[in-house]
Every structure is written in C-alpha cells, then in structure tokens.
Design a protein around this ligand. Structure first.
Ligand code: GLC
Length: 474
C-alpha cells in the first residue's frame, strides 16, 4: 500500500479558473505537478480550494452542499462546489462575504478582510464535509494565510490532531489588513505571538507565525527576506525562525509555454530550428509598425507598470542609449504615471519605440518569440515568470540580480545580470548584450543555453514533496 499524503492547497486565484497575477500561474500548476509525483510508494492527494469569486470561470460545477460557519450569535453559510482539472479535484467556496466583493482583490481593505477571513476559515471546515482529512494545509500569500493560523488555533481549542502546515510567500510586502475583530467574531482568539506588535493582527504574519514551514518562491528571495532591505519589518522575526524558512523556485508550465506548439506565433520553432524564429521578429515588427530590420536588436519590456518592476529604470536607460541602435516594444498596464512615461518615450522615439498599454496575453507570447532581449530590471522579484518564458522562447533576458531572477538567469550564459538598482547599471548590461548580439554565433549559444534549461515544475514539486515529508515526520 502506498503511503498517502493529503494536501489541502489554498489560493486566492488559480489558472484557468481565475487569474490576476503570478500566483494564479503557480496555483494552477503546482498542485497538478505534485499529484504527478505519486508512485507505488507515495500517493499525493492534493486538492485545490478557491473562493468562488463572481469572476470565476468554471464549467460542470457540482454543488456539494451548504454548511454554516458560526460567527458571533449568527451563522454565515458556506456553499461548496466541486469540479476537476487534469485529475486534480478543485473545490470552490461561496458565501455572502465572497459575493459582496466583485473583484478578486478589492481596493476596499474591509471587503477583502471579510472575504479572505471567511474563505480561509471555511476551507478548514471543508474536509469534514467531503469525508477527507488533510495531513498538510498549504496556503499561499496573505489571502489564505489565516487557514494556517486557524488550523493551529483549532487544534489547541479542540485538542485535535495538529495538521502540518506550509505557507508560501509570493510577495511579502502584502500582509493583508487588520483582521483581529473579524477573527474574534468567528471565535478565534488572537494568540500571544513573538511578532512585532503592528504585525500581530495581520493575516500573513499570523500565518507565518503558525506555520511549520515558510517557503519563499526562490532561494534568493528566501535569503533576501531575512535582511532589513527586503524583510518588510519581519526580518528579525524571520531570523528567529530561520530553520523553518526556505526557498523553492517556481516552475514554468512548459506545455502551455512551448514555442514549438504555441498557436499564437507566426512560425513555430524549437532549439534545433532557431532560424525559424526570425519570421516571428519580422511579423512582430510589422504588427507594431516598426521598421523591418533583422540586425537591429529588438528590446522588450512585458510587465506590470509598477515601480517594484523597475520599469522607470528601463525608460531612463533607453532614453540615455540614443546613440545605440535598438528598437523597443513595451507592453503592460498599471501605474498611470509609468504608463505616461512609457508613452512619452514613444513620443520622443516614434520610429523606435512602440507602447501598448493593455493586458494582452497573445501579444506577450508573440513578443517573447520575436524580440531579441527582455528587460527585467526589477527592484525586487520574488520569483518572476517572464524571464523563464523569454528564455524558453529564445529571447535573452537582461535582469537585475533580485530574487528568482538571480536564480534563473546566469550572466553571460543564459542572459545578462546586473546588480545595482540604477539605470546606469541597466545601461551597461544592455550595451554588453548589444555587443554580443552583433556576433550571431555567440548570441545563439546564449539562446540555446536558455532554451535547453529545464524550467518545468517537476524539480520544484519534488522539493515541496520533500518538505511535506519532513514536516509530517517532525
Ligand atoms: C508574485 C511575485 C512574482 C512571482 C509570483 C509567483 O507575483 O511578484 O515574482 O513570480 O508571485 O510566485
């Protein structure tokens, strides 16, 4: 009989049901990759639980019933639905606090506090209603972190068996709003914690405090969060629990992101038919209205317009590199000031720069397949996905040595890496890349190395499995 590990995997979003950012990619892939590790010795029964946001797209939902969650003298009803994807059981929880909030993440902190507290606590009741008991609760980011806290609090309260827990950090600065009053109304007391006082009422720190393992989404980010620069005020607390903190690099969905089969491309290619890639570059230039030249390096910025992503550094660097021969495409939305700065760059260089301020997943893929270099000058980057997609598509990344960028891109081998958060450092990296680009044989060696890397989920999933086993044992 294989040994079974049951994992209750919680997230605010998961592709293809609902996706806002990188968390959606991870929660859409990791549970499936984990289940795929099952063999004769070990059975990994991972089940995904998501809030039934009004924007969720899911077919064949089977209603499984309604159960009440006690809140003060009243009850909040939790409705459960079930579906599956690639063999992964997926549960949705609905209820008034989820219906009250149209978007996945609201600018109204109170709505989010109500929604995610309810969801995290209701998710802990779900296993009983489906006759299944988890060995591990695996939460992601602040939205579901209270499930880890709640699970521990419940085991104290009910003297019940303690379920092991993992909390993955995709973005430490987002810790969630003050939930103390809501937690208490659901009958959960705030514990005496060794957290800094300001953090004692927030979901993410509470989850970190209660969890057996804290996982950052890359080894470098795992180190960075222990420092004052990246620790967001929790670095000292994290230092104290250092032995529970680790970093596991996210993977890439290499089936979806495959230049050999991607139907959005003008010409499919792989590492052995790199010459076909050129068709994608000219198609992209044509689509964008840029002059056709294969010799001019086409630089790309595909990013949320966010200061954390360092897009401002890219704008300044490009402006200062006017004597160098390049073209640039900028795709992304976000901060209106940064969008305006991008459009300003286009105004200065109408022949060279094209800016598209919208979210466009197909165009993004065409850019990865057609552009020569991807700029990712992030000030901080827990893991990052674009640099992995870019390498898989033969687009050479130029990145700052932050978080997952540092762990996935090797300077001079698969891309170009710079250290300092300064546009001059980025400029120097772009210049070195353009110098190599002139020598196409050398350039192709870099493209080959990037395309041949194994970026799939398999390795990461194995690391999570090892972690699950180690915390169940202890
Ligand atoms: C967050 C981080 C990003 C990471 C993603 C998935 O969006 O900012 O770096 O890749 O989460 O873990």
């Amino acid at each position: 009989m294989p040994k079974t590990i049951n994992v209750l995997f919680l997230a605010a979003e998961a592709d293809p049901f609902v996706k806002v950012g990188g968390l959606g990619d991870v929660a859409g892939s990791l549970p499936i990759a984990l289940r795929a590790l099952s063999n004769n010795e070990i059975q990994l029964d991972v089940r995904l639980v998501l809030p039934y946001h009004p924007v969720v797209k899911a077919d064949n939902l089977k209603p499984l019933g309604i159960f009440p969650i006690k809140r003060g003298n009243t009850e909040v009803q939790a409705e459960i639905f079930e579906t599956s994807i690639n063999g992964l059981p997926v549960y949705f929880i609905n209820g008034d606090p989820i219906r009250a909030n149209g978007s996945v993440y609201s600018s109204n902190a109170k709505l989010d506090a109500e929604k995610y507290t309810f969801f995290s606590l209701a998710a802990l009741e779900l296993p009983r209603h489906i006759n299944w008991s988890p060995n591990i609760v695996h939460a992601n980011d602040w939205h579901t972190a209270l499930s880890v806290y709640g699970s521990l609090a419940k085991s104290w309260e009910e003297g019940a068996h303690r379920i092991a827990s993992v909390l993955t950090l995709h973005n430490l600065p987002y810790m969630g709003p003050d939930v103390s009053a809501i937690l208490e109304s659901y009958g959960y007391k705030l514990a005496q914690t060794d957290l800094p006082e300001w953090a004692r009422v927030m979901p993410l720190p509470l989850g970190m405090w209660a969890s057996d393992a804290i996982v950052a989404v890359s080894p470098t980010y795992g180190d960075e969060i222990l420092t004052p620069e990246y620790g967001c005020g929790l670095n000292e607390f994290l230092q104290l629990r250092r032995e529970t903190v680790s970093g596991i690099l996210n993977g890439l969905d290499t089936v979806s992101f495959n230049p050999a089969t991607d139907s959005t491309l003008s010409s499919n290619f792989d590492v052995d038919s790199l010459e076909k890639r050129a068709t994608n570059k000219t198609a992209l230039q044509e689509k964008l209205g840029l002059p056709f030249t294969i010799e001019t390096p086409l630089l790309a910025l595909v990013s949320r317009m966010d200061v954390g992503k360092g897009v401002d550094l890219a704008f300044t660097a490009l402006k200062s590199l006017k004597n160098l021969n390049w073209q640039a495409v900028i795709l992304g939305t976000g901060d209106l000031k940064l969008e305006a700065a991008a459009l300003k760059l286009q105004e200065i260089y109408p022949e060279r720069v094209k800016v598209i301020t919208r979210f466009d997943a197909s165009l993004a893929r065409q850019i990865y397949a057609g552009a020569d270099m991807l700029l990712m000058p992030s000030r901080y980057e827990p893991c990052g996905l674009s640099q992995m997609i870019a390498m898989r598509y033969g687009c050479v990344p130029i990145v700052r040595a932050a978080g997952g960028l540092n762990d996935t891109v090797t300077h001079g081998k698969t891309g170009f890496v710079f250290e300092k958060i300064h546009h001059m450092s980025l400029m120097a990296a772009i210049k070195s890349a353009c110098k190599v680009f002139v020598n196409q044989a050398e350039w192709q060696t870099i493209q080959h190395a990037g395309m041949s890397q194994d970026l799939s989920w398999g390795n990461s999933a194995k690391k999570y499995l090892d972690l699950y086993q180690s915390i169940i044992k202890s």
